[in-house]
Design a protein around this ligand. Structure first.
Ligand code: C5P
Length: 232
């Protein structure tokens, strides 16, 4: 991440964008970051990267201690992608597409349920809070990682709409999946993410909740920009 190092910490504004998979939070967050000229933290990419590295190194997905150690190593070497360097590099290899598969997402969701893993990723995520501001997207950005955010958004949509969006996103990236299988995988991941004890997926009490099941991205962006305009 090419963040300027001149200001970092709690005085830097943060807008959090949480929600389940396929709710459009990634695209909306990227647009917002570009419009405001702020940094963007895709926290799901950190969970996916950890899971991917664990799979590569045959670290069991329930071995908290080994996963925490691995997270510590990754946080020292990994750089979030930027507009100048959009690739997600791990050990000199672009792993962007590998991270997008549902296999990796399901592994990320398993490791993300472990409290010690979530704790290990806290400081890593907070490190990205750098001047002039941060758009942070994920599941617990507003509830746990940045509870003092200036604005908390929670995007959601009906499960079947989200599964279809994921299907189209994956197809667009050249990843072949069966829609029926994907619906089941997305439902299982949502259930695990929202029912875990440690920082479950849920809107913060002070979040602005937007259900975008029956509208296009342009309208959602318009509503989000309105909320941002009112908050800043
Ligand atoms: O957002 P994305 O689909 O890339 O996230 C992959 C998985 O990582 C989620 O299903 C969830 O289990 C986990 N995650 C999380 N907390 C976050 C971001 C992602 O638990 N803040």
């Amino acid at each position: 991440m090419c963040a300027s190092r001149n200001r970092t910490g709690v005085d830097v504004p943060v807008i959090t964008v949480d929600g389940p998979s396929g709710s459009g939070k990634g695209t909306i967050s990227q647009c917002l970051a570009e419009k405001l000229g702020w940094h963007h933290l895709d926290s799901g990419a950190l969970y996916r990267l950890l899971a991917y590295a664990a799979l590569q190194q045959a670290v069991p997905l329930d071995d908290e201690e080994a996963l925490v150690q691995l997270a510590g190593q990754l946080s020292k070497s990994y750089q979030l992608p930027t507009s100048e360097q959009p690739a997600i590099m791990l050990d000199g290899k672009d792993v962007g597409l590998d991270l997008r598969t549902e296999t990796c997402a399901a592994a990320a969701s398993r490791t993300a349920a472990l409290p010690a893993v979530r704790q290990a990723l806290l400081a890593w995520q907070r490190h990205y809070r750098q001047s002039p501001g941060l758009i942070a997207d994920g599941r617990d950005m507003g509830t746990t990682v940045f509870p003092d955010a200036t604005l908390k958004l929670y995007l959601t949509a009906r499960a079947e709409v989200r599964a279809e969006r994921r299907y189209n996103q994956l197809k667009h990236k050249g990843i072949n999946v069966d829609l029926g299988v994907l619906v089941k995988e997305v439902e299982a991941r949502d259930l695990r993410d929202s029912s875990r004890k440690a920082s479950p997926l849920m809107p913060a009490d002070d979040a602005v909740i937007l259900d975008n099941s029956d509208q296009d991205e342009a309208l959602t962006l318009q509503q989000v920009l309105q909320a941002v305009h009112e908050a800043l």
